[in-house]
Design a protein around this ligand. Sequence first.
Ligand code: AMP
Ligand code: TRP
Length: 343
Amino acid sequence: MTAAPASKFKPRVFSGIQPTNHLQLGNYLGAVKRFVELQEKGVETIYCIVDLHAITVWQDPQDLRRATRELTAGYIAAGLDPERSILFNQSQVPGHAQLAWIFNCVARVGWMNRMTQFKDKAGKNAENASLGLYAYPSLMAADILLYHATHVPVGEDQKQHLELTRDIAAKFNHDFGVDFFPLTEPVIEGAGTRVMSLRDGTRKMSKSDPSDASRINLTDDADTIARKFRKAKTDSEPLPESLAGLKDRPEARNLVNIYAALADTTPEAVIAEFAGKGFGVFKPALADLAVARLSPIAEEMKRLMADPAGIDRILGEGAERANAIAQPILDATYDIVGLIRSR
Ligand code: AMP
Ligand code: TRP
């Protein structure tokens, strides 16, 4: 986290992940692992399970409940502590949807039309996408600004949404002549900010890729993790002497990045260690490292998932703490806009 410019806003970290499918390695390295690092720095940290974002595309209700609890378990198993970080699901704090409505009236249609994630998710039939999917970035801005968050750790793919969040904050401040919402800084750092598919080094690893072999799920057992890395697509060259040698080798570059992120080191250091070695050596080393790092998380997730009521309790307590921060900010926003609250 780089130092924010001097401002009246105290440092506060917010981020969120959608409860859809299973957590995958990209979510872990690009997001959750960074969430834990920021918690350990002692800043105030708020981490959300964005269930209202999830339903912008169809979710089976039963699956949504399971995925919400599983993501909560994943947060905790990866090292988030419900005492030191606020962990909750978005729909339990009504201010998210309320502030999103106000932001729907601040953001411009032209801004939304430029969002690449909407274009990717809506696909060819954008006419048939939900209105919620179109307004998704405005809800995301509300998530962040409802807490006056100053820093948001995310993967590379969220950069555009965070720029839009700043645009919304700036336009609100300008339109109403206030200095009320902070201009939030993205925190996109380290080797894991863009983890690519194990089957195609030009596509990002995703929970929703139809091929399960394209990703490592946090719930995969040790054998599955090892097999997926063994079968990962690569070329037949040994690893080069320097990073520059990986320029046109996206799959090799991806595995080096994954190794670096898992080992808390840099891609340069990984290359220095494995230069001249083939994938017959590198892949088993990577699989061992991944199993050592991920298996304890999977085990702990399983243990936590055995007590859904315990997970729901954590979410409820987190929502209460989140709401206590959010409500005064929402009230002040309504007042700035001119909405009367007389009770
Ligand atoms: P989502 O699963 O879309 O809700 O993403 C949750 C978080 O994980 C966001 O911060 C994303 O930027 C991050 N993320 C998702 N996929 C990847 C990936 N392949 N590499 C790095 N970060 C990712
Ligand atoms: N849009 C994010 C994603 O798909 C999830 C998200 C929703 C989020 N609200 C957020 C991330 C607020 C950071 C801050 O990954």
